[in-house]
Ligand binder design. Structure first.
Ligand SMILES: CC(=O)N[C@H]1[C@@H](OP(=O)(O)OP(=O)(O)OC[C@H]2O[C@@H](n3ccc(=O)[nH]c3=O)[C@H](O)[C@@H]2O)O[C@H](CO)[C@@H](O)[C@@H]1O
Ligand SMILES: C=C(OP(=O)(O)O)C(=O)O
Length: 438
């Protein structure tokens, strides 16, 4: 079984470079389905398991994908199928993002139900409400959701009950080819929504207001492939920023965009970390004891839920008691028992976690229960006494490119131990990506 071995006690220094954002590239690859003419070229596409999964999904639809040197070329200018199988959708919820583009372009999509996962039940009712408002008929049966429309979708006004990132993206993509104007109210405002809107507009769509709570989409007849560079991953950047802070280090996170990380920077500064952004990245310097702070996760521009577990690792070793409140997902404290194995002191009551700081963490065998939990355990391992063994690496591979290598560049003692993988057998494309990185 593959695992990360972290030996604590190293102060991190130096530079680490951020990869393209997982949560941007996935919807952008899904949106490429809309390119009936030409080819899409997507730069800074990080070689992550999730990216390989969505590429495979598009290939099962009959789309040709070329992936080398972090650039993906999508040839969707051909006949495509409209069914996404359970095998691929179950691996990754974001697979459901192909529904909007398929429905818009083909008038039909049959996608396996994405189901729940470790961080909560994650319903898709807001996506479906949007598709129905645009005139689609939705059917549920035998583990699949089927959506169809006679002719084109029709623009509509859609109010989201929650500013869901996925629902905003799915509806935005569906609306690009609808007849007339669509307005999404209480839309999500994440930078990944803006990145997707920029890509759609480059394809010929007319999307306005992305990044605000109201997005307007004027439907057009046809979209074509476009060139696009994915934004840097703000969650990966935030994870390394916390690594700098937790080890009392002095690091530069190259490519990090401070505007995308405002709440993370604000909380770190409140704790006593010095954060110095410039136009190419962010320097993080921690040269004094850190103070406890309270943190509440919220949709953007609030504190990101995807940084909650990493922040909790930092709070465990800061002076004082902190209150963490998770408002986005109802069950995102699965990492707490793992932290407790490392002698972390945390009391969870529903959506609240009370973190007693000032803990001397001790290395232990722990397991990543989800992607960010895995990153947080590695962060805790960086300051724990002795050795921390982090299992569940498949979660971490969904979202962090070359994690052990990047940590080593900063001087951390993080190693990946793994049985030989037969990349060729697992996914032919994997072999290509790995060799392009070598
Ligand atoms: C691939 C990707 O971009 N994933 C991100 C995306 O996930 P995702 O797009 O799945 O997250 P959403 O914003 O949709 O979900 C947020 C909340 O809304 C609820 N909800 C969502 C849709 C719906 O139809 N009904 C409903 O009730 C969810 O259960 C959850 O409690 O945003 C999350 C919130 O920032 C991040 O943690 C994920 O990393
Ligand atoms: C929850 C996450 O991703 P996903 O929505 O793909 O599960 C994440 O990136 O932390």
């Amino acid at each position: 079984m593959s695992k990360f071995i972290v030996r604590g006690g190293k102060r991190l220094t130096g530079t680490v470079k951020v990869s393209g954002a997982k949560n941007s590239v996935l919807p952008i690859i899904a949106a490429s389905i809309l390119g009936e003419e030409g080819v899409s070229v997507i730069h800074d596409a990080p070689p992550l398991d999730d990216v390989l999964t969505i590429n495979q999904l598009l290939e099962t639809l009959g789309i040709t994908i070329e992936y080398a040197n972090e650039t993906i070329r999508v040839h969707a200018n051909r006949e495509i199928k409209t069914e996404a199988s359970y095998e691929l959708v179950r691996k990754m919820r974001a697979s459901f993002l192909v529904m909007g583009p398929l429905l818009a372009r083909q008038g039909h999509a049959r996608i396996a139900l994405p189901g729940g996962c470790a961080i909560g039940t994650r319903p898709i009712d807001q996506h479906l409400k949007g598709f129905e408002a645009l005139g689609a008929e939705i059917g549920l049966g035998q583990g699949y959701i089927e959506a169809k429309v006679n002719g084109r979708l029709k623009g509509a006004k859609i109010y989201l009950d929650f500013a869901s990132v996925g629902a905003t993206q799915n509806i935005m993509m569906a609306a690009t080819l609808a007849q007339g104007t669509t307005t999404i109210e209480n839309a999500a405002k994440e930078p990944e929504i803006v990145d997707l809107a920029n890509y759609l507009n480059a394809m010929g769509a007319v999307v306005r207001g992305a990044g605000t709570g109201v997005i307007r989409i004027e439907g057009v007849e046809k979209l074509r492939g476009a060139n696009h560079t994915v934004i840097p991953d703000r969650v990966e950047a935030g994870t390394y920023m916390i690594a700098g802070a937790i080890t009392g280090g002095d690091i530069y996170v190259e490519g990090a965009i401070a505007d995308h990380l405002t709440p993370v920077i604000a909380k770190m500064e409140e704790m006593g970390v010095t954060v110095i952004p410039d136009e190419n990245g962010i320097r993080v310097l921690a040269d004094r004891p850190l103070r406890a702070v309270d943190v509440k996760t919220l949709p953007y521009p609030g504190f990101p839920t995807d940084m909650q577990s990493q922040m909790m690792a930092l709070l465990m070793v800061s002076e004082g008691t902190s209150i963490m409140t998770e408002t986005v997902f109802e069950n995102r404290y699965m990492h707490v028992p793992e932290f407790e194995n490392m002698r972390g002191s945390i009391k969870v009551d529903g959506r609240t976690a009370i973190v007693s700081g000032g803990t001397k963490l001790v290395g232990a065998k722990v397991v990543a229960t989800d992607l960010r939990a895995g990153a947080a355990l590695i962060l805790a391992g960086l300051v724990a006494d002795g050795e921390t063994e982090v299992g569940g690496t498949h979660h971490i591979d969904r979202g962090y490119v070359n994690l052990a290598y990047k940590f080593k560049q900063l001087g951390a003692d993080v190693n990946r131990i793994e049985p030989e993988r037969n990349y060729q057998e697992e996914a032919p494309m994997y072999a290509e990506v790995q060799s392009s990185l070598a």
